[in-house]
Design a protein around this ligand. Sequence first.
Ligand code: ATP
Ligand code: MG
Ligand code: MG
Ligand code: MG
Length: 339
Amino acid sequence: MKKRILLLAGGQSGEHEVSLMSARSVLAALPRDQFDVTPVVISKQGRWLPPTDTARALETGVSVPGGDLVLHRAASAEGYDAVFPLLHGPMGEDGTIQGLLTLAGIPFVGSGVLGSAVSMDKVMTKQVLASAGIPQVAWRLAVRREWGQAPDTVRARAAELGFPLFVKPANLGSSVGISKVRGLDELDAALTLAFSLDRRVILEAMTAHKPREVEVGILGNDAPVASPVGELSFGAEFYDYTTKYTEGQATMHIPAPLPPEVAARVRELGLAAFRALDCAGLARVDFFYVEETGELLLNEVNTMPGFTTTSMYPKLFEAAGLSYSELVTRLVELALERR
Ligand code: ATP
Ligand code: MG
Ligand code: MG
Ligand code: MG
C-alpha cells in the first residue's frame, strides 16, 4: 500500500516563496512507487488553496488569495498517513500547524509543538540552550510595548551589548527583518523594522571579529545523527536575504575546512541542542566560529530548514551518502515511527 502524504507549502510568513521552492523539490523527489503525494499550498492569508490554485502557485511561485479555512481542511487531512509541513517561519515552523496536526491525530514530519515553538523563538532557544551549557553570544530581549512606551530603556539595553550588534525579530527566518547596527544612530530604524514584524525582538552582541558561519544537519528522533559540517562564505556584510537567495552570492563548502576537533564539537553541540530543545525528525543548527579565538557559538536552530535540492541541509546529508530522495523518504519514515 502506498502511503498517502499531504505536502503543505507556502504559508503566512515572510518565507512563503522560499517554502514554495522547497516544496517543488520535495514533490519531485518523493518516490511515487511508495508515496501518493497531494500538495496543498497555504496562501499568505492562511487559506488552504484548492488543487488548481495549488498547482499554479507551485508552478509560478505566486499564490492567489482564496481557499478554505485551515480548520476545515485539517479535518479532511485525516485521510492521509502523514503530513509534510514544509513551511518556514511563523504559522508553520513554530508549533501552530504542529498543534493542529497533533489534535487531528495525523503523524507529521519534523518537530512537535514544543520543539517547534521553542526553536522558532530565538529568545526561548537561547534560554533553553544556556541552561544546557551551550555557548552563545550575549543577548537582550525587548518587547514592542517597551519600545513604544520607554524607548530609552531599550536603547540602553542595546548600548550594554556594544556596537556593532544585531537586531532581529524573535520569530522569523531567512534574515527577514534582521539588521546589523553599527552605532546608536542606526538603532532606531532597526528596532522599528524588527518590531513591525514581531512583538518580541532580540538584540545580539557580535563577536569581535567577523565569525565564520558553519552549519550541521541533524536527522532522527530519539537517536539522532549529525551530518558532516558545512560552511557558508559570502562577500556581503552578513548572510542577509539577498545573499541567501541570489544565485552566486554565497558559496557552500562541504565539508567545512575546519580543524577536525572543531568539526567534532559542532556535531556534538548540534546534537546536544537538538535534544535540549526536544526536536524531532530534522533540524539545521547554525554556528559562529571565531577563528582568531577558537570560540564556537551556537547561533540558532531551524526545525524546517530550506529544502531545495541545492539547500544546505540536503547537501549535508548527500555528503554523508544519503540522496535527496532517500532523505525525504527517511523523514516520512521518522514521522510514522513517532506515532
Ligand atoms: P535562517 O534563514 O537560517 O533561518 P534567520 O533569519 O533565523 O536565518 P539568523 O541565522 O539568526 O537569522 O541570522 C542571519 C544572519 O545574520 C546570520 O547567518 C549571520 O550572517 C548574521 N548574524 C546574525 N546574528 C549574528 C551575530 N550575533 N553575530 C554575527 N552575525 C550575526
Ligand atoms: Mg533561523
Ligand atoms: Mg529558518
Ligand atoms: Mg540562520
